[in-house]
Design a protein around this ligand. Structure first.
Ligand SMILES: Cc1cc2nc3c(=O)[nH]c(=O)nc-3n(C[C@H](O)[C@H](O)[C@H](O)COP(=O)(O)OP(=O)(O)OC[C@H]3O[C@@H](n4cnc5c(N)ncnc54)[C@H](O)[C@@H]3O)c2cc1C
Length: 298
């Protein structure tokens, strides 16, 4: 690995790398261009017994205001993609690295008349980030399109997972509680379909976004929907809309979004989200679970 090109000096601000625009710094930010470089970065951190965080597009994380004494592996340099026709079933197989932007993936699918990714409409971030949180919309997610996945494991090896080893659940990826550090690449199988149908589905998913704050600094939904309920509705009924802490405010458009209206800190956002969580618990006895992920201590 070319250390000079890939490792920047200490105390790198992480504010530019997340959609809330908050957070402190880290001691080591690495942007590998190949999977082997990512593995080397992980092994080097492991050797130094340093904490490791994997950062994609930063659109679903809250990064603490302090300095993370950690290596942050920024996946955006892993951005290769390959399309091949499977002659056995006529499907198109896509091999895509985890730093690839999901909106570009959707654009490629539309251009090639491939159906199955329409649910990505309006979801920012990278492919790895989407998979790690099993992001989705409506009832759809990546689960059924994925045939194989490659990961870096805690013991420092690469592992390939087949479809039948992966159990996708609502906003939970199969690795979250296991020994996996990073998703490096993934294989998808998509079917060709008429473009009109694909565009129609995209319109349907775009319509689901009406009522969400647009063009604001947010990280999407802060909380997961509890079984059979909508977190946004519970938060709204608990009168959370418009609550604020510093420059962080619970969106008046959708109560499950927190906006940074200027100079909010990560602590402001955390304090506000905890306040909302308590309100819902006190009023409805429902313990909301965070959808966003945390880097550092809170
Ligand atoms: C305006 C807006 C709308 C959104 N709409 C939706 C929506 O409709 N549905 C939905 O589910 N989400 C939504 N989100 C949330 C977010 O966009 C998705 O969860 C997104 O997929 C996160 O990808 P990312 O690359 O930004 O991940 P990051 O925010 O960088 O990381 C998120 C988590 O994934 C981990 N991670 C990232 N890459 C990897 C990797 N390669 N290997 C292992 N772990 C990794 C990180 O460590 C972290 O724990 C929205 C966010 C915004 C800002």
């Amino acid at each position: 690995m070319n250390q000079e090109k890939m490792n920047l000096p200490t105390k790198i601000s992480l504010k530019p790398f997340n959609t809330w625009g908050v957070g402190g710094s880290c001691s080591n930010l690495v942007t590998p261009k190949t999977i082997n470089d990512a593995l080397d970065a992980y092994l080097s951190a492991k050797h130094k017994e340093e904490l490791v965080y994997i950062l994609g597009g930063g659109s679903n994380v809250l990064i603490s205001d302090s300095n993370l004494n950690a290596t942050v592996i920024h996946s955006v340099g892993l951005n290769k993609i390959l399309l091949n026709k499977n002659t056995l079933n006529d499907n198109i197989e896509i091999e895509v690295e985890s730093g690839f932007p999901v909106q570009e993936l959707l654009a490629i699918a539309v251009k090639n008349n491939l159906s199955g990714l329409e649910f990505l409409t309006g979801i920012p971030g990278t492919f790895g980030g989407v998979l790690w949180g099993n992001a989705g919309a409506g009832q759809e997610d990546f689960g059924k399109s994925i045939t194989r996945l490659e990961t870096i494991e805690k013991n420092g090896t690469l592992r390939v997972w087949n479809r039948d080893e992966l159990n996708w659940k609502y906003r939970t990826c199969p690795f979250n509680s296991r020994n996996t550090v990073m998703i490096t690449k993934c294989f998808l199988s998509l079917k060709e379909a008429p473009k009109e149908g694909i565009l129609e589905k995209i319109k349907k998913f775009a319509a689901l976004r009406k009522g969400q704050p647009y063009g604001k600094m947010t990280a999407g939904c802060v909380f997961k929907n509890p079984d059979g309920m909508y977190a946004g509705r519970l938060l709204e009924d608990a009168k959370c809309k418009g609550l604020y802490c510093g420059d962080a405010i619970v969106s008046t458009a959708h109560a499950n979004f927190i906006e940074n209206t200027g100079n909010a800190s990560a602590s402001d956002i955390f304090y506000l989200s905890e306040m909302c969580k308590k309100r819902v618990y006190n009023q409805y006895g429902v313990e909301l679970e965070y959808e966003i992920r945390f880097f550092g201590d809170f």
